[in-house]
Design a protein around this ligand. Structure first.
Ligand code: NAD
Length: 444
């Protein structure tokens, strides 16, 4: 069993720390946010992630998982140090802000006096690991005894525990000059996963970094592709859901991630494709990624289009209209509202004069912190009370299961736009609702 430290205990770090303890390792989670640490120490997950609290609590209770703000303690304790801090978009730029990753290396490295491996997990622009390797040689008293490797993370919020314990693949980038210890240590740490025949791809640092950013670029492209098709379907009177079904049967294309709607958001895809473009530009390869500008533009247009649809359905003006917004998280089974299309649309509707009330099963608290001027309701029914228009903007199961009659009794007008094409159109129309989807006939 390995002694592991995980720097950053957010969505990625807390999940990784808890899951590594679940595999039987001794784990220390490290963060600068003391309030977050206090919750984690008490076995409480500071965000919503299905199944994580059980794993966390079990391992905290077993004494295998502890938390600290002390880098000294982490340096003395661990043989493997995972970096899981944020890499947000720089303000006013496309590039990634690497200050937190740099901070971890700059603070940790001088404290490492015996052999250790630092595994980067955060999503970083290609070339970051090579740059940090050079810094390590200068900073670490143990010099060449401290190795840096990159082990990008592919977990999805909402499925974080299963994605960590049963990933599609593990990727490890190693420094070809010093390679050896990092790979062996990774094999030890992930032994149980590898025993289950999870593919393990060992490559160079740059390729490992690029696997992550190119995977996200591909996923973003797939979503924007189907949303572009939705635009065409709307213009042509065709049905994008049937189209996705039909093209998805082709195994080369695949049905997953072909859901037309209000587009992608969250703390990863939008900032990752922008950082990727910025980095390609620095490398003189910007032409290779100009298509990502279009991917981003198609995606952002979905939000504008939804506001226009709402205005059209309401007869040309949002002023004074009461709009219920169901969903605020950027996706279901998460409370994450970073760059959430749903909240962004709610905010725009309000700016254009609507009175907007938002309900989300898990993301109200985070939404209120980001958009304090919106109204928030404790249930879908409360949000829809007296509404002229209802919008479904996050595809929570709870919304799929809504009873059109129950909601119909509280709204002023039975008009709904399904921004995620997640509801049963016939069921709603049978109950007298005017129903609009995305990229479907009748979409306004
Ligand atoms: P997050 O904002 O939830 O967590 C980051 C944490 O790092 C915070 O708790 C913050 O307090 C802490 N931190 C900041 N500076 C620190 C320091 N110097 N020392 C220790 N802790 C520090 O972010 P996240 O969503 O967990 O993302 C982290 C990284 O993982 C990003 O690069 C992201 O792109 C990548 N990633 C995220 C996901 C996801 O689904 N969230 C999936 C794959 C990859």
């Amino acid at each position: 069993m390995t002694n592991i430290a995980v720097f950053g205990t957010g969505y990625l770090g807390a999940t990784h720390a808890a899951c590594m303890a679940e595999l039987g390792h001794e784990v220390l989670g490290v963060d600068v946010d003391k309030a977050k640490l206090a919750k984690l120490e008490a076995g409480e997950v500071p965000f919503y992630e299905p199944g994580l609290e059980e794993v966390l609590r079990r391992n905290v209770d077993a004494g295998r998982l502890r938390f600290t703000s002390s880098y000294e303690e982490a340096a003395a304790f661990a043989d493997a140090h995972f970096i899981g801090v944020g890499t947000p978009q720089k303000k006013g730029e496309y590039a990634a802000d690497l200050r937190y990753v740099d901070e971890v290396v700059e603070t940790l490295a001088p404290l490492l006096t015996s052999p250790a491996v630092i595994f980067g997990k955060s999503t970083v622009p290609v070339g970051t690991a090579a740059r940090l390797t050079k810094r390590l040689r200068v900073l670490a008293p143990a010099g060449g005894l401290v190795e840096l490797a990159w082990n990008p993370e592919f977990l999805r919020e909402g499925f974080a525990v299963q994605d960590t314990l049963r990933p599609d693949r593990l990727v490890l980038g190693v420094d070809r000059e010093t390679a050896g210890r990092a790979e062996n240590l990774a094999r030890e740490i992930y032994a149980q996963l590898l025993a289950n025949e999870i593919p393990f791809i060992v490559t160079d640092l740059a390729t490992a970094e690029l696997v992550k950013t190119s995977a996200n670029a591909f996923l973003a492209t797939k979503i924007s592709f189907i949303n572009a098709m939705a635009e065409v379907c709307e213009a042509a009177g065709a049905d994008v859901t049937m189209l996705a079904e039909a093209i998805g049967h082709d195994e080369r294309i695949g049905r997953r991630f072909l859901n037309a709607g209000i587009g992608f958001g969250g703390g990863c895809l939008p900032k990752d494709i922008r950082a990727f473009m910025a980095r390609a530009g620095e490398l003189g390869a910007d032409q290779a990624l100009t298509f990502l500008r279009e991917v981003d533009a198609i995606n952002m247009r979905r939000r504008v289009r939804m506001v226009e649809s709402a205005r059209d359905v309401l007869g040309g003006s949002l002023i004074g209209a009461r709009v219920a917004v169901l969903g605020a998280a950027f996706k279901p089974n998460s409370d994450d509202v970073r760059d959430s299309p749903a909240l962004n649309i709610a905010g725009q509707l309000q700016l254009q004069g609507a009175s907007v009330t938002v309900y989300d099963p898990k993301a109200i608290e985070n939404s209120r912190a980001l958009f304090p001027t919106l109204n928030y309701a404790p249930s879908a029914e409360h949000a829809c009370s007296g509404a002229d228009l209802t919008l479904v903007l996050t595809e929570w199961t709870e919304f799929r299961d809504l009873d059109p009659d129950v909601l119909g009794n509280v709204v002023r007008t039975r008009t709904i736009i399904d921004g995620r094409n997640c509801l049963d159109r016939e069921r709603w129309m049978e109950r007298g609702w005017s129903f609009y989807g995305v990229g479907t006939p009748g979409a306004s």
